[in-house]
Design a protein around this ligand. Structure first.
Ligand SMILES: [Zn+2]
Length: 342
């Protein structure tokens, strides 16, 4: 009798596990709690940005190669399509998955046709647009002609910059979510870029300076809000005594590629201008904001920027030493038209 009962429960447990496994391996199970469909105020509540560097690199190449041709391939749509299929998990991503999709698009199918029955495509598109929407597009970059005059050349591609200036050393690895213990036990919500003291820090994207000054954890830090207000860029542990570019002020605009500060090891102290970080590095983070309510502690959405920093390795801003300010300035200006994907 007892034996029979155990067998029955084992069978039920087995079936439940099987059901759970089936559901969790489809995208349907992974995301429903992420997106609130409140009629009055719908906004995304949470984003796990797990797009791999390789997937972004592949998608970006298809997008750029299709520029000026038909059909246009949108890298964010490619990534959102794959995410809707894999539940946002790119750990098993293979380049052939994307090339198959591009072949279909090139044969006349639209992304709308292909995603018609994909429940979470819209969610991923909106989420990835919030992350990457201003990274690619048309821009005018300054170059010098033979007479050393400035001329602007129109280009299409990455218009966001690596946070570390061109020709300066840095090193990093995926450290998002690692444990940190200063103050209280918490997770690491960014990417640490190991670099030498004084290495020029570059604004990844244009925006408005929202925070500037001392913070117990970040030390000398800069917070920049993108013009579309969706992203908050956080650059921390800047150099003692000379942390920022001299032109910076709260409320002022900065342009993608501008020098904004210098790498240091300030922070972990309530006393201003204290170097308490062991290894000199830039802490870099991006917070997503879909509603101002998400600015409150515990509601903040910080994403893993490691693959983004890796992607932007190919677009670094060149700088020169300004003898007057003893700081650095960018060599080539840029003119950016925002909102290509709006
Ligand atoms: Zn850090």
């Amino acid at each position: 009798m007892i034996k029979h009962k155990n067998t029955k429960w084992m069978l039920i447990l087995f079936l439940l596990l099987l059901l759970l496994f089936t559901l969790s391996s489809s995208s349907v199970f992974l995301t429903p709690y992420l997106y609130t469909l409140n009629e009055n105020d719908p906004y995304i509540k949470w984003v796990d940005f797990n797009v791999s560097y390789t997937a972004m690199k592949d998608a970006l190449k298809y997008d750029i190669d299709s520029y000026g041709t038909s059909p246009r391939i949108n890298w964010i749509e490619l990534l959102a399509y794959l995410a809707a299929k894999n539940g946002g998990d790119f750990s098993r991503y293979q380049s052939k998955d994307m090339s198959k999709l591009v072949t279909q698009l090139n044969s006349g199918k639209t992304i709308e046709d292909l995603t018609e029955n994909m429940k979470y495509y819209d969610y991923y598109k909106e989420a990835y647009l919030a992350v990457l929407g201003e990274f690619v597009g048309e821009y005018q970059i300054e170059t010098k002609d033979d007479a050393n005059n400035s001329v602007y050349e129109t280009k299409y591609g990455l218009k966001a910059f690596s946070p570390i200036a061109k020709n300066f050393y840095y090193n990093h690895y995926d450290d998002f979510g690692n444990s940190r213990s200063y103050g209280f036990t918490r997770k690491h919500l960014g990417n640490d870029l190991i670099a030498n003291v004084g290495t020029p820090v570059i604004a990844m994207e244009s925006g408005v300076i929202e925070a500037l000054g001392w913070n117990q954890y970040g030390g000398w830090r800069i917070g920049i809000r993108s013009f579309d207000k969706r992203r908050y860029y956080y650059y921390a542990h800047l150099r003692k005594d000379y942390p920022y570019h001299k032109s910076l002020e709260i409320g002022k605009e900065v342009k993608a590629g501008d020098v904004i500060g210098y790498v240091g090891r300030s922070g972990y102290s309530t006393t201003e201008n204290t170097n308490n970080i062991r290894t000199t590095h830039l802490h870099f983070g991006i917070e997503l904001i879909f509603s101002e309510a998400q600015r409150e502690r515990n509601n903040e959405i910080w994403i893993n920027v490691y693959p983004i920093v890796k992607l932007l390795q190919s677009n670094r801003s060149e700088v020169y030493k300004n003898e007057e300010t003893n700081g650095y300035d960018r060599v080539y200006d840029i003119k950016i038209t925002p909102g290509l994907y709006d």
